[in-house]
Design a protein around this ligand. Sequence first.
Ligand code: MG
Ligand code: MG
Length: 255
Amino acid sequence: MVELKTANELARMRVTGGFVAEVLAELRTKAQIGVNLLELEAIVRERIRQRGAVSCYWDYAPSFGRGPFRNTICLSVNDAVLHGLPFDYTLRDGDVLSMDLAVSIDGWVADSATTVIVGTPDAEDARLVRATEEALEAAIAVCLPGNRIGDISAAIAGVAHAAGYPVNLEFGGHGLGRTMHEDPHIANAGRAGRGYRLQPGLTIAIEPWFARGTDRVVTAEDGWTIRSADGSRTAHSEHTVAITEAGPQVLTRIG
Ligand code: MG
Ligand code: MG
């Protein structure tokens, strides 16, 4: 079921979104050569505690993961792209780090992800990260009342294919609000003009992610981390977006 939000509810989601944006911005500056992933996890845990927020990941136990997740952020390095379980790993020069954060404040959820290249970027990695960011912007631009979910999917795939990246259809975006994952599902490729019609008050997380060499994924031995099947590097960008009469509003952007 799709729940449309009132202006007041959107304002509350924007509060959560602002917090998520601030934490991710802080992590972008702290993800440096020599920093351990567990240090980044500890920062998020502390920020959540200080704010009185609730992690959407803690104790999360979906069908695809192994047992309850006991961390507050997903950190995915290099060929890992989604649901990365933070572990004892020290970041190295050139690592591609995706950080995905979803929290709830006063019952309202926001979900956002960003990818940073640690130290000196490889040119092809930088191109990949840029493609996910451009796909996200292209998708946000078509978040208008009367358009359809397929328009979002097609916008993402259009950027991916133009850049030469295949698109996985298994993991994509989703509705959200009172919980992290709600209807509708938003595939990262699809036919324009098809699917659920966008209406004011709809709130969705749009999350293009691509791997340099494949659209296939494998689950790592930790039971959570999703990696590219060919070991190629990956990137992920995500925002929580509200459809309104005045156009798309990105709830997880600072300012
Ligand atoms: Mg997310
Ligand atoms: Mg999401």
